[in-house]
Design a binder for this molecule. Structure first.
Ligand code: ZN
Length: 408
C-alpha cells in the first residue's frame, strides 16, 4: 500500500472558515473540505476556491458545520466553477419551537438565504427547507449525509457508543466510503449518528491480471453534532424582557422590536455546529508533519501528530462534557491530534481552556476588524499561557497555515 500523503490548509479568507485536506494517492487526488465561507465584503470567492481547485475537479467530502453565511457561502461559486461535490455532510437542525414560530412571522419567505442582498445570515426553520436550498448547488448524484444530534443521555454516559475509542471499532462499523458507485440521476440521502465513522477510500481499480483491487481506507472522519439551543434561549429571554410574548399581536412596531433583538444575537438561532475529527486509519500509523506558517518556506515547528479537530462555531464552553474531553485527551496523549480549530473565531462565549495542551497547534480564523471583536483576548492569551502554539488566520495571504503530512 502506498503511504498516505496529505496537504492540509487553513485558508486566509478573513471572517469565515475554509479548510481543505488533499490526499495524494496512486489513483490521483482526493479532497475533503470543512466549511466554505467568508464574510469579507468585496471578496473574490472564486479566486479563493481556485487556489486549491480548478474547474472539473471534485470534492470527495464536504462537511458543513452549520448554516451561517460565513461557513457556507462559497457553495454557489463552487457550482459556478463546475467543481463536483460527491458527498456533503451536514448536521440535523434542531430548533426551539417558540423561536421558530416568531421567526416565521419575521421572515415569511423562508428560507432567507445566505446570499440575500443584505448579507444577513440564512435562517432555516426546518431540514426540508434547508435541503431544498442546498440542492440547488449540488448534482443529482451528490450524496447528502445528515448527522443526528447527540442525545443528552449519551452525553452524560461515558460508556455510550459515541465516546468509545474509534480505534476499537470493527470495520463493519464504518458507514460509508467516498467512492461508492452512485447511479446517475439518483439522489442519495442518508442519516447517521454522531460518532459514526465516515471513511475516505481509494478508488477501485483493475490490475493487469484483471483482478479488482479492494478499496483501501485512507483516512477517517468522525462527525459529532452537538445540539445548541443556547441562542434560542437568549432570544426568548430577551423577548420576555422586552414584554413580547409568543401570542402578542405582530404589528409593525413589535416586529421592528423583535428584529432588533434578533440582530443583537451573535449568529443564528436554530442550528447545531458539527465537530469533525480528522484521523488516520490506524492508531499505530506513523507520520511526519511539516508545518508552514507565515512567509513561504518558514518551517514552523515540526510535529508528528497528523490528526485534526475542526470545531466550526461549536460551543465548547457549555458542551465540552467529560466524554468529549476524555476522547480528546486520549488522542492528544497518543499523539494523534496535532491541531485544533478554536471554535467560533475565538469568541470567548464558545472558548474552553480545557481544549489546550502544550505545544499543539490552535488555529483561529477571523477577519481583521470584524464587527464582533473576534477573537477575544481571553482566548488568545489563555492559549499562550498554556503553551499552545497560536495560529492566527485572517485575510492576509502571508499568514496561511499549511501542513504537509507524510506517512512513513
Ligand atoms: Zn462563524
Amino acid at each position: 500500500m502506498k503511504k498516505v500523503k496529505i496537504r492540509r490548509i487553513f485558508h486566509p479568507i478573513g471572517q469565515g472558515a475554509f479548510y481543505t485536506e488533499q490526499f495524494d494517492t496512486d489513483e490521483g487526488k482526493l479532497s475533503v473540505v470543512y466549511d466554505c465561507g467568508s464574510l469579507r465584503s468585496g471578496v473574490n470567492k472564486e479566486a479563493m476556491i481556485q487556489t486549491v481547485f480548478k474547474s472539473g475537479d471534485s470534492i470527495d467530502i464536504l462537511f458543513i458545520s452549520h448554516f451561517d453565511t460565513d461557513h457556507m457561502n462559497f457553495l454557489s461559486d463552487i457550482k459556478k466553477l463546475k467543481i463536483e461535490i460527491k458527498k456533503v455532510v451536514i448536521p440535523l437542525l434542531s430548533s426551539n419551537p417558540i423561536a421558530i414560530k416568531i421567526l416565521q412571522v419575521l421572515y415569511p419567505e423562508t428560507p432567507n438565504t445566505p446570499d440575500s442582498p443584505n448579507g444577513s445570515n440564512g435562517t432555516f426553520f426546518d431540514n426540508t427547507a434547508l435541503k431544498t436550498y442546498l440542492k440547488q448547488f449540488l448534482d443529482k448524484s451528490t450524496e447528502i449525509v445528515t448527522v443526528n444530534p447527540i442525545k443528552k443521555k449519551e452525553l452524560s454516559d461515558n460508556d455510550s457508543k459515541i465516546w468509545k475509542s474509534l480505534y476499537a471499532k470493527s470495520e463493519s462499523d464504518y458507514i460509508s466510503d467516498s467512492n461508492s458507485q452512485i447511479k446517475a440521476n439518483e439522489s442519495k440521502e442518508k442519516t447517521i449518528e454522531s460518532g459514526d465513522v465516515i471513511t475516505l477510500t481509494s478508488k477501485k481499480r483493475i490490475d493487469l491480471s484483471g483482478f479488482e483491487n479492494r478499496m483501501e481506507i485512507i483516512w477517517k472522519y468522525v462527525p459529532y453534532n452537538f445540539k445548541s439551543d443556547e441562542r434560542s434561549k437568549q432570544f426568548i429571554k430577551a423577548l420576555k424582557r422586552a414584554g413580547i410574548s409568543e401570542n402578542c399581536t405582530y404589528d409593525d412596531r413589535t416586529i421592528k422590536k423583535i428584529k432588533k433583538i434578533y440582530a443583537s444575537i451573535d449568529g443564528n438561532l436554530n442550528e447545531n455546529s458539527m465537530v469533525v475529527f480528522s484521523l488516520p486509519d490506524k492508531r499505530e500509523d506513523k507520520f511526519r508533519v511539516n508545518n508552514y506558517y507565515g512567509y513561504s518556506g518558514t518551517n514552523y515547528r515540526k510535529c508528528h501528530s497528523p490528526g485534526c479537530v475542526f470545531m466550526g462555531d461549536f460551543d465548547a464552553k457549555k458542551n465540552l462534557k467529560e466524554g468529549l474531553q476524555q476522547l480528546l485527551n486520549s488522542y492528544y496523549m497518543d499523539k494523534i491530534i496535532g491541531v485544533l480549530q478554536i471554535p467560533h473565531h475565538g469568541s470567548r462565549e464558545n472558548y474552553n481552556s480545557e481544549l489546550i495542551k502544550p505545544y499543539l497547534f490552535y488555529v483561529i480564523s477571523f477577519g481583521n476588524n470584524n464587527q464582533y471583536g473576534h477573537p477575544s483576548c481571553e482566548s488568545t492569551s489563555d492559549i499562550l499561557k498554556k503553551k499552545g502554539v497560536l495560529i492566527l488566520i485572517t485575510q492576509c495571504k502571508l499568514f496561511m497555515f499549511t501542513q504537509n503530512i507524510c506517512q512513513y
